[in-house]
Write a protein of this length. Sequence first.
Length: 361
Amino acid sequence: MKILVTGGAGFIGSAVVRHILSNTEDSVINVDALTYAGNLQSLPGADNSERYFFEHVNICDRAELDRVFSIHKPDAVMHLAAESHVDRSITGPAEFIQTNIVGTYNLLEAAREYWNSLNGGSKKMFRFHHISTDEVYGDLPHPDELESGALGECLPLFTEQTSYAPSSPYSASKASSDHLVRAWLRTYGFPTIVTNCSNNYGPYHFPEKLIPLVILNALEGKSLPIYGKGDQIRDWLYVEDHARALYKVLTEGKVGETYNIGGHNEKQNLEVVQAICSILDTLVPKENKYAELITYVADRPGHDRRYAIDSSKIQRELGWTPNETFETGLKKTVQWFLENQKWCENVQNGSYQRERLGEIE
């Protein structure tokens, strides 16, 4: 196949591109605007592949999208391009509306027009895979809100039938894009599939997010900021496991279906930070323990308390399960950042110095 991947220079998108080039015979057309979080250095060796093509295009530019479809004639689309950081969406929601909603609309229309031009088997086999987040569902009950006060099977999980209740400008914009994709399926018969994933972590993660931020701050002896009490719970998914799941959904999933993808790793933010500190204590020991750098800061406005994915559908129907536990994936992640300091320096390049984002004045 020829697969058009939007946002293929971003964190999850680059993992998808690397997976396709390394594990399949498919070709990739990487469409990326190269905003602050997009970096072609996340695709080492891709330029040497005859199966890789890069288009420096913003999905809000309809004319350029039409050109890309006309030239490359893809068999499928994997749509990952998005503004994705909650804190940035709090202080600057306009970019999230433009990219995540308007950009998705433009991509849907460009892809639909191209799809309508196809005939026979090519049209029947075409797929539009929209990659989204569990944050569209809002949040779930937290253990300390229950009498038992502990994680357990009694606590609800997000399923594919969970109603949408987004809390932030980011999650609201992603919820809107999900609705657009499903409307194009229902109204136009356009062959779409949607996936919603839990928090990703792993190599090539831009350091505005919790895990890479903590790793890099710790190595420099800077404070490790934790929102509120650090008791917010997330389900952590290793990015390479996610990439495998996404490719499986594209190639084996059923048109019109939604698949939730989770890592089966519910952890409080404080636990995550402490685990990183413990790994660093072993790999890069210093006189003082890294956990002594932990500081508590004012919580994020509208902060969701708990996310957790029920991924039994994709396991049952497509046979996907994560390869990494949180412990093995986190150790690989810390080791990668230790070995790739140059990449970390290059992606920050003066535009972002790990300062706090998302405060309301």
